[in-house]
Ligand binder design. Structure first.
Ligand code: ACO
Length: 326
């Protein structure tokens, strides 16, 4: 049993919504600008006591139930996030909340590609026979790291969590994947550390401090996504020995409706096969793919044996695609 199957999914979003209209009171923007350029109409924001841990735990409980296992069965918890509640990581807290006593748990950071990178990482542990039951979570609270006075970024992001259970299976349902990184383009999208200098001794000055809010070159990120995402999906399809017409569902990282449409166009994938919920949640970073996947599963769109093409892309720069069978 060294194949992989996704056997359950779950998702959670915070309870506070923020509509475009409200943003017009904070920055010079309009509902019309935001919705025509991005497709986003509203986003959900995590306010205390909601946290990355509570959202991820809620999504995980649903995925565990859907898979018909218990938390005690889980061998590995992978939390894909760039915004843990604790810089040392949040996966262990989630392990404790779930009571997944046997599981080893750690965080994995690959920005908006985090879910994809986590999926492939989880698959390696299962394929080598090391673990049988893996909980993979994609969760982010980017609202904490946005400058709410910067109209170029504050309109784009929202908070959420999604989770899947991956299990060892007789047939391997991860049919192909491809992951990519290009650090030479890192400057286009950052949440960079910047300290203020603290004098420890007369000779030693250590920068301690915090992180800058998100800074982004929107045009470059747009150009990167529209070029690289179709390429990497083609590569994953090639690995899967499949052609594009075999795809039943395209689930891209939900950054922007225009990116989703442009990628689907380039790949000649008709609109009825494209899953999108960016209008409701904005860009939820590592959460967006499992959130969209879980909604589509619960709506009854995705059926057993359907072929799903998925791709994540974002800061790093990083991007990747996977083809899997439901
Ligand atoms: N409201 C009104 N006007 C705005 C806003 C806003 N919220 N934001 C920018 N503008 C203005 C700009 O200042 C600019 O004005 P100017 O011409 O007077 O200088 C004008 O609108 C056009 O700005 P552009 O940046 O050229 O707008 P563009 O059509 O490129 O759309 C957008 C911007 C939506 C950000 C687009 O570039 C995009 O989608 N990029 C990809 C971003 C993305 O998806 N990032 C995340 C991916 S990775 C991750 O998930 C972390």
């Amino acid at each position: 049993k060294n194949g992989i199957a996704i056997t359950g999914s779950g998702s959670a979003v915070p309870s506070t919504s923020l509509e475009n209209e409200v943003l017009t009171q904070l920055v010079e923007t309009s509902d019309e600008w935001i919705s025509t350029r991005t497709g986003i109409r509203q986003r959900q924001l995590a306010l205390p006591p909601e946290s990355l841990t509570t959202l991820a735990t809620d999504a995980s409980k649903q995925a565990i139930t859907a898979a018909g296992i218990t938390a005690a069965d889980i061998d590995l918890i992978l939390l894909a996030t760039s915004t843990p509640d604790d810089l040392f990581g949040s996966a262990c807290r989630i392990q404790a909340e779930l009571g997944a006593t046997k599981a080893v748990a750690f965080d994995l950071t690959a920005a908006c590609s985090g879910f994809l990178f986590g999926l492939v990482t989880a698959a390696q542990f299962i394929r080598t026979g090391v673990y049988q039951n893996v909980l993979l979570i994609g969760a982010d609270i980017l609202s904490r790291w946005v400058d709410w006075q910067d109209r170029r970024t504050c309109v784009l992001f929202g908070d959420g969590a999604g989770a899947v259970i991956l299990q060892a299976n007789n047939s391997d349902r991860l049919l192909g994947f491809s992951l990519k990184s290009d650090g030479t383009q890192n400057h286009h999208l950052n949440l960079a550390y910047e300290g203020t200098t603290q004098q420890v001794t007369p000779d030693i000055h250590i920068p301690t401090g915090s992180y800058h809010p998100i800074s982004m070159n929107g045009k470059e990120v747009y150009r990167f996504a529209v070029q690289k995402v179709p390429e990497v999906i083609d590569k994953a399809l090639f690995e899967a020995h499949l052609t594009v017409d075999r795809i039943d569902w395209l689930i891209l990282h939900q950054a922007n409706q225009r990116i989703i449409n442009a990628v689907a166009d380039r790949l000649n994938i008709p609109e009825h096969k494209v899953i999108s919920n960016v209008a409701h949640y904005g860009n939820t970073s590592a959460a967006s793919i499992p959130l969209a996947l879980d909604e589509a599963v619960r709506q009854g769109k995705i059926k057993p044996n359907d072929i799903i093409a998925t791709s994540g892309f974002g800061a790093g720069l990083s991007w990747g695609a996977a083809i899997f069978q439901w």
